[in-house]
Design a protein around this ligand. Structure first.
Ligand SMILES: [Ca+2]
Ligand SMILES: [Ca+2]
Ligand SMILES: [Ca+2]
Ligand SMILES: [Ca+2]
Length: 152
């Protein structure tokens, strides 16, 4: 904008820019549209779940509903580098091998209040074929919104 002698200031909520003259009367308002990289209508600086897949419903924090198998909370259950499947495999133990006794070294998932890893869908303290079959059922594919009730 041109330097035309007016004072430019951010409003208290720092979303709008106004131009006012020496008497303080506002002559222009510039609306600053906050950046929203994943397009879920929650601004980047408020979005606790960046990279949400298109079409996902999100809460006020920009997070989709909890989908079993969506370990990175982006709204899909997918395979590939850095994906949900990699996180699942890293937490695998095998049937009857309890991760409470043998914590898988590469597992980056956080256990819940009962010490159950989110990859342990049947909550029997191992991550095995039974859990994998649930993962398969919940698989949606990259950038495809998953089904929150897929494990029911
Ligand atoms: Ca967003
Ligand atoms: Ca988001
Ligand atoms: Ca995901
Ligand atoms: Ca299990």
């Amino acid at each position: 904008m041109a330097n035309d002698g007016r004072t430019v200031s951010f409003s208290s909520v720092a979303t709008n820019l106004t131009a006012s003259d020496a008497n303080g009367s506002v002559s222009d308002v510039y609306v600053r549209v906050p950046a929203d990289a994943d397009g879920d209508l929650v601004a980047d600086d408020l979005d606790l779940c960046p990279g949400t897949v298109p079409g996902a419903s999100v809460d006020a924090n920009g997070c989709p509903p909890l989908i079993p198998g969506d370990f990175n909370r982006d709204g899909d259950v997918d395979v590939g580098p850095g994906s949900d499947f990699e996180k699942f495999v890293a937490c695998g133990t095998g049937p009857g091998v309890l991760y409470t006794n043998h914590p898988p070294a590469g597992c980056a998932l956080t256990p819940d209040g009962q010490g159950v890893f989110p990859a342990d869908f049947d909550r029997d303290y191992d991550v095995d074929q039974d859990d994998f079959s649930t993962f398969q059922r919940c698989y949606s594919g990259a950038n495809i919104y998953g089904d929150p009730s897929c494990a029911d």
